[in-house]
Design a protein around this ligand. Structure first.
Ligand code: GDP
Length: 365
């Protein structure tokens, strides 16, 4: 699962990206790998793992991870090939969701590309580039579909959808706001890989002073919130600069630092967790002496497919799953005690795995 960080130059993308990868690399001794300087693998904070590992004396903890990509260089005119425009847009096409960083902090030392801090104008600039790029895709598709539409009912129907979508985007709207009850249309829409169809989290980058009241006193943040509410997107208030400082600290120091700021968890932790759920992801857990680990699945996945995340043999030879809820296990103190209380269930092929299930799979080899 991949998230792309976008935004105008100088809004704090790299600062955020660096703190994400730094924090991710250190928080959970995950074998951190840098595939590419612009791609970082980040651990999803999950306090359940530490608790389970204690219960099992686990040698190793392996958290769930998501990938963040720093997509720098999106500027006005990118869709017309300005800068390295089209390349950046192609990078965005590959991600599952977008983190859109918006500058809400004033700082005379940090130049704004358009001369002033104005998050609404910035959001519009970026979103328009995404819309232009999508329009190009739609137009190509329309040209192709038109050829067959006279002879083919399905194509004619698609052409109608494409033209409706085009009109919608031409009004400056994002494809994800396009509503249709028709399941065929929904499937087509999801298949076009439109940039403006991807889920978005707006990261409002504020000054340190705005953190304590979660940006409520900053009118720019309010504007972003109002805008995001219209398109059903989430907003997170962060201070990228502070996050970068926090990422340098060890666990103890970090706790004290956050307490001083009146915060329970860092903005990054909140952002990572939110990204995870935005993508419809949940974790089930496996625990034992060698390793306690979180496994990423999509909501609604059944036991054999979930088992397949560990190994394809687990899916192929699936017999059943022994499942206990994380909290029940913790309350009982051991699997044996949970079994005595009848809290360990035997589940079959149709079982839909839930977030926080601790699972032992039985399978044939
Ligand atoms: P990018 O071009 O969007 O990747 O922006 P950078 O992360 O490189 O940040 C541009 C400049 O803004 C750098 O000098 C950062 O130190 C500064 N900056 C980033 N975040 C903040 C912040 O929250 N507050 C302040 N005052 N400066 C910041």
């Amino acid at each position: 699962m991949k998230l792309g960080i976008v935004g105008l130059p100088n809004v704090g993308k790299s600062t955020l990206f660096n703190s994400l990868t730094k924090a991710g690399a250190e928080s959970a001794n995950y074998p951190f790998c840098t595939i590419d300087p612009n791609v970082g693998i980040v651990a999803v904070p999950d306090e359940r793992l530490g608790m389970l590992a204690k219960l099992y004396d686990s040698v190793k903890i392996t958290p769930a991870v998501i990938e963040f990509v720093d997509i720098a260089g999106l500027v006005k005119g990118a869709s017309k090939g300005e800068g390295l425009g089209n390349q950046f847009l192609a990078n965005i096409r590959e991600v599952d969701a977008i983190v859109h960083v918006v500058r809400c902090f004033e700082d005379p030392n940090v130049i704004h590309v358009d001369g002033s801090v104005d998050p609404m104008r910035d959001i519009e600039t970026i979103n328009l580039e995404l819309i232009f790029s999508d329009l190009e895709i739609l137009e190509r598709r329309i040209a192709k579909t038109s050829k067959g539409a006279r002879m083919d009912k399905a194509l004619a129907k698609e052409l109608e959808l494409l033209n409706k979508l085009k009109g919608y985007l031409e009004e400056g709207k994002m494809a994800k706001g396009f509503e249709t009850d028709d399941e065929e249309e929904q499937a087509l829409l999801a298949g076009y890989q439109l940039l403006t169809y991807k889920p978005v989290i707006y990261a409002a980058n504020v000054a340190e002073d705005d953190l304590a009241d979660d940006g409520n006193g900053n009118p720019f943040v309010q504007q972003v919130r109002n805008y995001a509410a219209q398109e059903h997107s989430e907003v997170f208030v962060i201070c990228a600069q502070i996050e970068q400082e926090i990422a340098e600290l060890d666990e103890e120091e970090k706790k004290m630092f956050l307490e001083d700021l009146g915060l329970k968890e860092s903005g990054l932790e909140k952002l990572i967790k939110a990204s995870y759920s935005l993508l419809g992801l949940i974790s089930y857990l496996t625990a034992g002496e060698p390793e306690t680990r979180a496994w990423t699945i999509t909501k609604g996945m059944k036991a054999p497919q979930a088992a397949g995340k560990i190994h394809s043999d687990f899916e192929r030879g699936f017999i059943r799953a022994e499942v206990v809820n994380y909290q029940d296990l913790l309350d009982c103190g051991s699997t044996a005690a949970a079994k005595e209380k009848g809290l360990v269930r035997l589940e079959g092929k149709e079982y839909v795995v839930k977030d926080g299930d601790v699972i032992l799979f039985r399978f044939n080899v």
